[in-house]
Design a protein around this ligand. Structure first.
Ligand code: PLP
Length: 284
């Protein structure tokens, strides 16, 4: 496939980055994953805005606007109807290993695409259901930053994946839900959706933002952003996990127990139906 690196397009095998890059040595960078279908990005502007915010929060001033052109060119060169676009901006390459921010360093900008499935259909029979396990959230205290230092998330994901499950639901020191290792989390009880409010304990997911906006604008489904306890998760009628790739993912099992009836719920069906219909309309 054709990738983008620091202003140029090339075959993936031609792309070379120095091992002295801060992204490689320190995980010192920010990334985004943007799904596209028929050449249109879902939440493209929101993803780029989050990337700028993340970079600003680590002291890198970066204008993400030109990446729109890069993305358009990558889509054209890779000629796919359904592609994920990955973009990573690291602090840059510096000649010596040094923890502080180097004075003169240009960010390293890398982007590539890979084939994904078509946009999801809101259909109980075709939906990819999720079975999850729970764990104490042992990541750092800046989970709102989409850092390329993903070891905490990787280790939590492996807790479920390594046992044949799909995701790990994480709980903070107070026993409240934060999110998944690579997705945001929601419960549904008596028709009401509950999800933890944004904080430094979780990533401000773009799918979360799009979904909550759509539910507010196009449905009478009530969404409450508040702390959600482990007991509430275990007693929920439905559990969902969202990410750019999962869209609204229905969870049918937690720690070996059925969620609600053990079948995909009706509120999920409404939510994914609305998401599929309106996800391209919500952007900045
Ligand atoms: N939370 C974490 C830790 C993630 O890694 C991700 C996505 O990768 C999400 C939430 C969902 O974010 P988005 O909806 O922007 O994909």
């Amino acid at each position: 496939s054709i990738v983008y690196l620091n202003g140029a397009y090339m075959e993936a095998s031609e792309a070379k980055i120095s091992p002295m890059d801060r992204g490689f040595l320190f995980g010192d960078g920010i990334y985004e994953v943007i799904p596209t279908h028929q050449g249109k990005g879902v939440g493209l502007g929101l993803h780029l805005k989050r990337m700028e915010n993340g970079l600003r929060s680590i002291g890198v001033e970066f204008d993400a606007e030109p990446l729109k052109q890069v993305i358009a060119e990558l889509l054209e060169k890779n000629d796919g109807d359904d592609l994920n676009v990955y973009i990573q901006v690291s602090r840059g390459t510096y000649e010596k290993r040094f923890h502080g921010f180097p004075d003169k360093v240009e960010p390293t900008v890398f982007a590539y695409t890979w084939q994904i499935g078509p946009a999801h259909v809101a259909d109980k029979a075709q939906a990819h259901t999720l079975k999850v396990v729970t764990a104490d959230d042992l990541r750092w205290q800046r989970c709102h930053i989409k850092s390329t230092s993903l070891l905490g998330n990787v280790l939590h994901f492996q807790q479920s994946y390594g046992e044949g499950y799909d995701e790990t639901l994480l709980f903070n020191g107070d026993g409240n839900l934060t999110e998944g290792s690579s997705s945001n989390a929601y419960i549904v009880k008596d028709g009401v959706v509950y999800t933890p409010p944004l904080s430094d304990e979780l990533l401000p997911g773009i799918t979360r933002k799009i979904l909550l906006t759509i539910l507010a604008e196009h449905s009478d489904i009530k969404v409450v952003e508040r702390a959600v306890s482990k007991q509430e998760v275990l007693d929920a009628d439905e559990i969902w996990m969202t990410s750019a790739s999962k869209e609204v993912g229905p969870v049918i099992q937690v720690d070996g127990q059925k969620v609600g009836s053990g079948e995909i719920g009706d509120v999920w069906l409404k939510a994914q139906t609305l998401y599929s219909k309106h996800c391209y309309d919500i952007d900045c």
